[in-house]
Design a protein around this ligand. Structure first.
Ligand SMILES: C[S@@+](CC[C@H](N)C(=O)[O-])C[C@H]1O[C@@H](n2cnc3c(N)ncnc32)[C@H](O)[C@@H]1O
Length: 395
């Protein structure tokens, strides 16, 4: 049992006592052997530690299948495709790490069926699982909307929604094939939580394990003062809440362009009893005063942002950090190191709606930080999964 499982789950208990069985219980209708209808009421499915369990066992079982398939693809199929790429390149006398454009890498590898199937398996999984999740939440939309409405006004922590906020065009795409993207579906947060648990984080997500590790590894200012922390592109608030758990006395904010994302983030944090302030705001226009934060963190934001968006966000972070403050952005390694990695990135960009991958790889991230007045240093933890490659320090 992880320590996170010991956190008390307040909101859902309150909700259940108020709404009794009607809203969260499921009426199940079935036929007896004599053909009579039997209606049985199922208990609410509750939490598994931090994770609010999925509405039905059937959905949970399908999720289990997707998670298993993701592991099989990532561990075994991906390895086989890697070997195949090495063979193909060797036969042509090409160094697997040679510097070439994405288009050249695609031309070399795209006709191989094993490599293509490996990429297709991933993108199909994304499409199928998100559509499955969307359908499941929309089928019981009233119930899940009522749950969020109640949580909106609950503490600890706060929620600020700005439904009329200007949305830059690049934020309105259906990134990694999530229907409605982060801004266009009321259940984007719900879908993202389960979808990433069945995919990218593979079961290291439901108890915020990955984000707790990131929070633990986060570099802090030299003077040791951490009074205000901001996570930009917080999604469902996992890093922001993990930072609050590491620094319980700090004021912690999580902002995101997606209203449904911060709404879910607030509900989840309130469930956990962790006081974080969530707001629907843009990372390039945070509305915070200059020199305000000791620490600004992000995880997996920048590969989903346009080149201009990334430059604007870095400038804004440099503005709101206090002197001595630290900017710690974690994301996928860039640039891709091998010909096969270039092909895979292209495939996800083209077929899995990772629409800003190419922009992400063309931004000179460290250079932009320096141009915005930050000093850069390589991460103290190297290139592990939970560390930024480069950290910005405000003089
Ligand atoms: C991959 S998710 C981030 C995941 C999350 N930080 C985590 O650790 O799991 C990227 C998030 O960035 C948000 N985002 C994209 N552009 C943004 C912007 N300009 N301002 C604020 N949030 C943005 C998206 O809405 C999305 O929720």
């Amino acid at each position: 049992m992880t320590d996170s499982r010991l956190l008390t789950m307040k909101r859902r208990d309150v909700f259940l006592s108020v709404a009794a069985a009607t809203a969260s219980a499921t009426a199940l209708s079935m036929q007896s052997a004599e053909g009579k209808e039997i209606v049985r009421t199922l208990a609410a499915r509750g939490h598994d530690g931090i994770y609010a369990r999925l509405p039905t066992l059937a959905l949970e079982s399908k999720g289990d299948f997707y998670a298993g398939q993701y592991v099989w693809r990532a561990a075994h199929l991906e390895y086989a495709a890697e070997q195949r790429a090495l063979e193909l390149l060797k036969a042509k006398g090409i160094d697997p790490k040679s510097d070439m454009s994405w288009a050249e890498a695609v031309a070399l590898l795209e006709s191989d069926p094993l490599i293509a199937m490996t990429c297709r398996t991933r993108s199909s999984q994304q499409k199928l699982k998100y559509q499955l999740l969307q359908k499941a939440y929309h089928e019981r939309a009233d119930e899940f909307l009522a749950e969020m409405e109640r949580a909106d006004k609950m503490g600890p922590g706060s929620l600020e929604l700005n439904p009329r906020m200007f949305l830059p065009e690049y934020t309105t795409h259906e990134i990694h094939s999530m229907p409605g993207g982060y801004v266009g579906d009321a259940f984007a947060g719900h879908m993202y939580h389960s979808g990433t648990d069945w995919g990218a984080y593979v079961d290291y997500n439901s108890q915020d394990g990955a984000h707790m590790a990131m929070a633990k590894a986060a570099q802090i200012p030299k003077d040791g003062k951490v009074r205000r922390i901001l996570e930009i592109g917080t999604s469902i608030g996992q890093l922001a809440t993990s930072m609050k758990r590491r620094f319980p006395d700090a004021e912690v904010w999580g902002i995101d362009v997606g209203g449904p994302m911060v709404r879910y983030a607030h509900m989840k944090a309130a469930d956990m009893g962790v006081a974080v302030n969530f707001a629907q705001r843009l990372a390039e226009d945070t509305k915070f005063p200059a020199n305000h934060f000791d620490l600004v963190v992000s995880n997996l934001l920048f590969h989903e942002v346009s080149e201009q968006g990334a430059k604007n966000i870095i400038k804004e972070v440099a503005r709101i950090l206090r002197p001595g403050g630290v900017f710690s952005p974690t994301d996928m390694n860039t640039p891709p190191q091998t010909v096969k990695a270039k092909y895979t990135l292209w495939y996800n960009y083209r077929w899995n709606h990772e629409d800003w991958y190419a922009d992400w790889h063309s931004v000179d991230f460290a250079g932009e930080m320096r141009a915005s007045g930050l000093k850069t240093t390589n991460s103290q933890n190297g290139r592990d999964r939970f560390s930024p490659q480069v950290i910005g320090l405000k003089a």
